[in-house]
Design a protein around this ligand. Structure first.
Ligand SMILES: [Zn+2]
Length: 447
């Protein structure tokens, strides 16, 4: 009896304590100057997303449990094409996948341990940007630096570019220190490879951080937490609110592990153990029974449900969704029915021009290029002249961007007919002129 009372009193007092801490400290956490909003009244302004979208999402799937090439091809054909598949017509979205260099054959396909046609397929998909993520070097307990050397040689020999790294469970080559524990970035270990891997081209890393808040790179408000509530699962979702809020409070008090949660940012600059700077990103999984169960193909239907997408559109956030498309608990189809339906709905959101769906690599690059874009404008002889000077990237240094690096960049302007865009003194000749968006504002886009 006594223990019931103490449980009840903890359940009541803990949320009250956390909430009061939040309100006291919220003025500290709300100052997020780097967040770009739609509320700008400036006549000429950088739009947060490519026209006409009001939010952006990528699905970031770890390759674990994708056991055969047939399964990989079935999943990706459904995601990336509009061909007829065993699950009906594909959804034709720009969704990426990941790969391992090493994995036991019983666990997943991999570059070195599967038959050669798998390596051939991985090369083909990296070239077409439909594989955009290296899911650590893989499942290899005796991993050493020599394995990273041979893996990078394969990538370079075939001129393959990958810039996203995702830590895998708890393999020794991971970079993470507090969730996914690895020594890949510790120079005094035989697993050290971060110098080679970053030098090769890895720019974005995921070190195990997952949020249940819908929409990143938007300010934290009380609705960020109350939005986690699911009336179909009241007890579990209240527990999830308390957990998420607890992370936020710990971060406000200086806990490094939850620093990303404090700002609710999609990307932040992190320092690896060897001192190298990289962009760390956060993934999203709001499954009511917890993150561990949410990360499979069946429960992806929940994490990208209509409800979640409505919230995402409402707050205008970025979101990288955590999943494992190969984990499906033996249903008859490669992608469970409910997830097929959720992906079809996602494709509708994209085609209606509401949510920008792209690969994780393209989403993260867009986010960073947008954030550090240095530009100005002037009005001269009735024309609006926009000048893009550089991308002032604090990790890789300042550079003049190529048109490809600027794809999707959109500016609100008063008159699309009299606007010209210049990059490094050269005029962008094929600027796309857009009519009013959902805010009623006209814009121009670099295609
Ligand atoms: Zn994994």
């Amino acid at each position: 009896m006594k223990s019931i009372y103490s449980t009840i009193s903890i359940c009541i007092t803990l949320p009250i304590l956390l909430l009061s801490a939040f309100f006291v400290l919220s003025h500290v956490t709300m100052r997020q100057e780097y967040l770009l909003e739609y509320d700008t009244k400036a006549e000429v302004a950088l739009r947060k997303f490519p026209y006409p979208y009001r939010a952006a999402l990528s699905i970031c799937s770890d390759i674990d449990n994708t056991e055969t090439l047939e399964e990989f091809l079935a999943i990706n054909t459904f995601l990336n094409t509009t061909e007829m598949t065993s699950m009906g017509r594909g959804v034709g979205l720009d969704i990426g996948n990941s790969f391992f260099f090493f994995a036991p054959r019983s666990e997943a396909i991999s570059y070195f341990n599967s038959p050669p046609e798998v390596a051939e397929c991985i090369r083909k998909y990296i070239k077409s940007e439909q594989i955009d993520t290296l899911h650590s070097y893989g499942e290899k307990e005796d991993f050493t630096r020599a394995n990273a050397v041979s893996s990078i040689k394969e990538l370079k020999d075939s001129d393959l570019k990958i810039d996203v790294w995702v830590d895998h469970t708890r393999t020794p080559d991971n970079f993470g220190d507090d969730v996914t524990f690895g020594t890949g970035d510790q120079p005094d270990t035989k697993t050290y490879h971060a110098d080679l891997t970053v030098d090769y081209g890895i720019k974005f890393v995921w070190l195990g951080r997952i949020t249940t808040i819908t929409g990143q790179s938007v300010p934290i408000t009380s609705r960020s937490f109350t939005g986690i509530y699911d009336p179909d699962h009241p007890i579990e979702s209240v527990r999830n609110i308390v957990k998420e809020f607890g992370k936020h409070v710990l971060a406000v008090f200086g806990n490094d592990k939850y620093e990303m949660h404090r700002k609710n940012d999609l990307v932040k600059i992190s320092t690896l153990d060897d001192g190298q700077k990289v962009y760390e990103f956060m993934r999203f999984d709001n499954f009511w029974r917890g993150v561990a169960e949410g990360g499979n193909s069946k429960n992806l239907a929940y994490t990208i449900s209509k409800k979640t997408l409505e919230k995402l559109k409402g707050n205008g956030g970025f979101m990288v969704v955590y999943t494992h498309l190969g984990q499906r608990n033996n249903p008859p189809e490669y992608i469970p029915k409910e997830t097929q339906a959720a992906l079809r709905n996602l494709a509708e959101e994209f085609r209606r021009g509401d949510i920008y769906i792209t690969t994780t690599s393209k989403l993260l690059n867009y986010c960073v290029n947008h954030r550090y874009l240095k530009w100005s404008y002037e009005t001269k002889d009735g024309e609006t002249i926009i000048t893009i000077e550089k991308i002032d990237d604090p990790v890789s240094g300042s550079y003049i961007p190529s048109l490809q690096q600027l794809r999707g960049i959109t500016f609100y302007v008063p008159d699309t007919e009299t606007t010209r865009i210049f990059v490094n003194n050269g005029e962008v000749t094929k600027v796309k002129k857009n009519g009013p968006d959902f805010m009623g504002r006209k814009s121009v886009t670099i295609p």
